[in-house]
Write a protein that binds this ligand. Structure first.
Ligand SMILES: Nc1ncnc2c1ncn2[C@@H]1O[C@H](COP(=O)(O)OP(=O)(O)O)[C@@H](O)[C@H]1O
Ligand SMILES: [Mg+2]
Length: 218
Protein backbone atom coordinates (compact mmCIF):
# COMPACT_ATOMS: atom_id res chain seq x y z
CA UNK A 1 0.00 0.00 0.00
CA UNK A 2 1.60 3.25 -1.15
CA UNK A 3 -0.08 6.48 -0.13
CA UNK A 4 0.58 10.17 -0.56
CA UNK A 5 -1.08 12.12 2.22
CA UNK A 6 -1.25 15.90 1.96
CA UNK A 7 -1.94 17.88 5.10
CA UNK A 8 -3.29 21.14 3.73
CA UNK A 9 -5.51 24.09 4.39
CA UNK A 10 -5.47 27.68 3.23
CA UNK A 11 -5.30 28.78 6.84
CA UNK A 12 -2.24 28.84 9.08
CA UNK A 13 -2.23 27.77 12.70
CA UNK A 14 -4.82 25.00 12.35
CA UNK A 15 -2.30 22.26 13.16
CA UNK A 16 -1.05 21.06 9.78
CA UNK A 17 2.60 20.65 10.76
CA UNK A 18 1.62 19.14 14.08
CA UNK A 19 -0.61 16.62 12.31
CA UNK A 20 2.09 15.78 9.76
CA UNK A 21 4.67 14.88 12.42
CA UNK A 22 2.23 13.01 14.61
CA UNK A 23 0.95 10.89 11.76
CA UNK A 24 4.52 10.18 10.67
CA UNK A 25 5.51 9.08 14.17
CA UNK A 26 2.28 7.09 14.62
CA UNK A 27 2.79 5.19 11.35
CA UNK A 28 6.40 4.41 12.28
CA UNK A 29 5.48 3.21 15.79
CA UNK A 30 2.34 1.29 14.91
CA UNK A 31 3.31 -0.29 11.59
CA UNK A 32 7.11 -0.31 11.31
CA UNK A 33 8.40 -1.06 14.85
CA UNK A 34 9.57 2.52 15.14
CA UNK A 35 11.52 2.50 11.87
CA UNK A 36 11.09 5.64 9.84
CA UNK A 37 12.75 4.72 6.55
CA UNK A 38 9.54 3.87 4.65
CA UNK A 39 7.97 7.23 5.43
CA UNK A 40 9.05 10.39 3.61
CA UNK A 41 8.17 13.73 5.13
CA UNK A 42 7.91 16.53 2.58
CA UNK A 43 8.05 20.08 3.82
CA UNK A 44 6.43 22.22 1.13
CA UNK A 45 6.11 25.27 3.37
CA UNK A 46 8.89 27.88 3.02
CA UNK A 47 8.64 28.39 6.79
CA UNK A 48 10.25 24.96 7.16
CA UNK A 49 8.53 23.99 10.43
CA UNK A 50 8.46 20.28 9.61
CA UNK A 51 12.01 20.22 8.29
CA UNK A 52 13.35 21.92 11.40
CA UNK A 53 11.38 19.58 13.70
CA UNK A 54 13.10 16.68 11.96
CA UNK A 55 16.53 18.30 12.28
CA UNK A 56 15.99 18.87 15.99
CA UNK A 57 14.88 15.25 16.24
CA UNK A 58 18.19 14.17 14.76
CA UNK A 59 20.24 16.48 16.98
CA UNK A 60 18.40 16.32 20.30
CA UNK A 61 16.61 12.97 20.63
CA UNK A 62 17.37 9.26 20.57
CA UNK A 63 14.52 8.67 18.14
CA UNK A 64 15.09 7.99 14.45
CA UNK A 65 14.72 11.02 12.25
CA UNK A 66 12.65 10.74 9.08
CA UNK A 67 13.75 10.95 5.48
CA UNK A 68 12.71 14.54 4.79
CA UNK A 69 12.78 16.78 1.73
CA UNK A 70 11.99 20.41 1.26
CA UNK A 71 10.20 20.92 -2.03
CA UNK A 72 8.81 23.98 -3.77
CA UNK A 73 6.91 24.92 -6.87
CA UNK A 74 5.10 22.28 -8.91
CA UNK A 75 5.86 19.34 -6.66
CA UNK A 76 3.36 16.93 -8.19
CA UNK A 77 5.86 15.07 -10.39
CA UNK A 78 8.47 14.89 -7.65
CA UNK A 79 5.92 13.32 -5.32
CA UNK A 80 4.96 10.75 -7.93
CA UNK A 81 8.63 9.87 -8.41
CA UNK A 82 9.40 9.69 -4.70
CA UNK A 83 6.48 7.42 -3.81
CA UNK A 84 8.30 4.65 -5.73
CA UNK A 85 10.87 4.67 -2.91
CA UNK A 86 8.52 4.82 0.08
CA UNK A 87 5.27 3.44 1.44
CA UNK A 88 4.02 6.77 2.70
CA UNK A 89 4.68 10.37 1.82
CA UNK A 90 3.32 12.99 4.18
CA UNK A 91 3.30 16.49 2.73
CA UNK A 92 3.01 19.55 4.93
CA UNK A 93 1.89 22.56 2.91
CA UNK A 94 1.92 26.26 3.73
CA UNK A 95 -1.06 27.93 5.41
CA UNK A 96 -2.30 29.70 2.32
CA UNK A 97 -3.54 28.83 -1.13
CA UNK A 98 -0.06 27.97 -2.39
CA UNK A 99 1.22 26.54 -5.63
CA UNK A 100 2.67 23.67 -3.62
CA UNK A 101 -0.68 22.82 -2.07
CA UNK A 102 -2.51 22.86 -5.39
CA UNK A 103 0.23 20.88 -7.08
CA UNK A 104 0.36 18.26 -4.33
CA UNK A 105 -3.41 17.85 -4.64
CA UNK A 106 -2.81 16.45 -8.12
CA UNK A 107 -0.87 13.44 -6.85
CA UNK A 108 -2.25 12.98 -3.34
CA UNK A 109 -4.44 10.02 -2.44
CA UNK A 110 -5.81 11.92 0.50
CA UNK A 111 -5.86 15.51 1.58
CA UNK A 112 -6.30 15.81 5.30
CA UNK A 113 -7.58 19.14 6.50
CA UNK A 114 -7.41 20.04 10.17
CA UNK A 115 -9.85 22.74 11.20
CA UNK A 116 -10.73 24.45 14.41
CA UNK A 117 -14.37 24.20 15.34
CA UNK A 118 -15.15 27.94 15.36
CA UNK A 119 -17.64 29.39 12.93
CA UNK A 120 -15.03 31.68 11.33
CA UNK A 121 -12.75 28.72 10.71
CA UNK A 122 -15.46 26.48 9.32
CA UNK A 123 -16.54 29.16 6.85
CA UNK A 124 -13.15 28.90 5.16
CA UNK A 125 -14.05 25.43 4.00
CA UNK A 126 -16.20 26.97 1.31
CA UNK A 127 -13.11 28.21 -0.54
CA UNK A 128 -11.44 24.89 -0.07
CA UNK A 129 -14.42 23.08 -1.57
CA UNK A 130 -13.86 25.00 -4.80
CA UNK A 131 -10.12 24.26 -4.84
CA UNK A 132 -10.87 20.59 -4.29
CA UNK A 133 -13.33 20.50 -7.15
CA UNK A 134 -10.71 21.97 -9.49
CA UNK A 135 -8.10 19.44 -8.43
CA UNK A 136 -10.52 16.58 -9.03
CA UNK A 137 -10.61 17.50 -12.73
CA UNK A 138 -7.04 16.16 -12.82
CA UNK A 139 -7.03 13.75 -9.89
CA UNK A 140 -10.42 12.10 -9.80
CA UNK A 141 -9.55 9.84 -6.92
CA UNK A 142 -8.53 12.62 -4.54
CA UNK A 143 -10.18 12.09 -1.18
CA UNK A 144 -10.51 14.97 1.21
CA UNK A 145 -11.06 14.45 4.89
CA UNK A 146 -11.66 17.16 7.44
CA UNK A 147 -11.11 16.70 11.12
CA UNK A 148 -11.63 18.96 14.08
CA UNK A 149 -8.39 19.84 15.78
CA UNK A 150 -7.73 21.70 19.01
CA UNK A 151 -11.23 21.03 20.27
CA UNK A 152 -11.87 22.20 23.83
CA UNK A 153 -11.73 19.27 26.23
CA UNK A 154 -14.35 20.70 28.58
CA UNK A 155 -17.33 20.99 26.24
CA UNK A 156 -19.04 19.05 23.50
CA UNK A 157 -21.01 22.04 22.18
CA UNK A 158 -18.39 23.36 19.77
CA UNK A 159 -17.83 19.90 18.37
CA UNK A 160 -21.51 19.42 17.71
CA UNK A 161 -21.90 22.76 15.92
CA UNK A 162 -18.93 21.93 13.76
CA UNK A 163 -20.35 18.55 12.83
CA UNK A 164 -23.64 20.16 11.92
CA UNK A 165 -21.98 22.79 9.72
CA UNK A 166 -19.72 20.32 7.99
CA UNK A 167 -22.70 18.40 6.72
CA UNK A 168 -23.07 21.18 4.13
CA UNK A 169 -19.95 20.03 2.31
CA UNK A 170 -20.42 16.76 0.47
CA UNK A 171 -16.93 17.23 -1.07
CA UNK A 172 -15.40 16.37 2.28
CA UNK A 173 -15.45 13.33 4.47
CA UNK A 174 -15.84 14.40 8.07
CA UNK A 175 -13.66 12.32 10.34
CA UNK A 176 -15.30 10.94 13.44
CA UNK A 177 -12.07 11.42 15.33
CA UNK A 178 -11.76 14.73 17.10
CA UNK A 179 -8.31 15.82 18.26
CA UNK A 180 -8.51 17.86 21.43
CA UNK A 181 -6.39 20.79 22.43
CA UNK A 182 -3.81 19.19 24.69
CA UNK A 183 -0.58 20.59 26.03
CA UNK A 184 1.14 17.34 25.09
CA UNK A 185 0.95 18.38 21.44
CA UNK A 186 2.83 21.61 22.04
CA UNK A 187 5.34 20.07 24.42
CA UNK A 188 6.15 17.00 22.36
CA UNK A 189 6.50 19.05 19.17
CA UNK A 190 8.78 21.47 20.96
CA UNK A 191 11.07 18.60 21.96
CA UNK A 192 10.94 17.07 18.46
CA UNK A 193 8.78 14.10 19.42
CA UNK A 194 5.32 12.97 18.45
CA UNK A 195 2.57 12.36 21.01
CA UNK A 196 3.20 8.61 20.60
CA UNK A 197 6.51 9.29 22.33
CA UNK A 198 5.07 11.52 25.03
CA UNK A 199 3.27 11.03 28.33
CA UNK A 200 -0.36 11.76 27.54
CA UNK A 201 -2.28 8.62 26.67
CA UNK A 202 -5.35 10.58 25.57
CA UNK A 203 -3.40 12.65 23.03
CA UNK A 204 -1.78 9.46 21.78
CA UNK A 205 -5.04 7.58 21.46
CA UNK A 206 -6.67 10.41 19.51
CA UNK A 207 -3.84 10.38 16.97
CA UNK A 208 -4.05 6.61 16.84
CA UNK A 209 -7.75 6.84 16.01
CA UNK A 210 -7.12 9.52 13.42
CA UNK A 211 -4.53 7.31 11.73
CA UNK A 212 -6.81 4.27 11.68
CA UNK A 213 -9.73 6.27 10.37
CA UNK A 214 -7.51 7.90 7.76
CA UNK A 215 -6.27 4.55 6.52
CA UNK A 216 -9.83 3.27 6.28
CA UNK A 217 -10.79 6.22 4.08
CA UNK A 218 -7.81 6.29 1.73
N1 LIG B 1 -4.27 19.31 19.12
C1 LIG B 1 -3.50 20.30 19.54
N2 LIG B 1 -3.42 20.62 20.85
C2 LIG B 1 -2.66 21.64 21.29
N3 LIG B 1 -1.90 22.41 20.51
C3 LIG B 1 -1.91 22.15 19.19
C4 LIG B 1 -2.68 21.08 18.62
N4 LIG B 1 -2.48 21.08 17.27
C5 LIG B 1 -1.61 22.08 17.01
N5 LIG B 1 -1.27 22.73 18.14
C6 LIG B 1 -0.39 23.91 18.30
O1 LIG B 1 -0.95 24.98 17.54
C7 LIG B 1 0.09 25.73 16.92
C8 LIG B 1 -0.11 25.72 15.41
O2 LIG B 1 0.08 24.40 14.93
P1 LIG B 1 0.86 24.09 13.57
O3 LIG B 1 0.90 22.63 13.39
O4 LIG B 1 2.15 24.81 13.53
O5 LIG B 1 -0.17 24.76 12.53
P2 LIG B 1 -0.01 25.01 10.96
O6 LIG B 1 1.06 24.12 10.46
O7 LIG B 1 -1.36 24.69 10.41
O8 LIG B 1 0.31 26.47 10.81
C9 LIG B 1 1.40 25.10 17.35
O9 LIG B 1 1.89 25.80 18.45
C10 LIG B 1 0.99 23.68 17.73
O10 LIG B 1 1.84 23.13 18.71
MG1 LIG C 1 2.85 24.59 9.46
Amino acid sequence: MKKIILVGHRKGGVGKSNTAVNLGVAIAKEYYQGHTDRILLVDADPQGTLYRWNQRRMADTEEQEFPCNRLEGNINKQLKREIENYDFIIVDAAGRDSREMRSAMLSADLMLMPTKASHADLELLEHMAETVENARDFNEGLKVAVFINMAPTNTQAERLTAKQLLKEYPEFVLMKTVVADRKAHRDSFHHAYGVHEWKDSKAKSEISCLLKEMLSVV
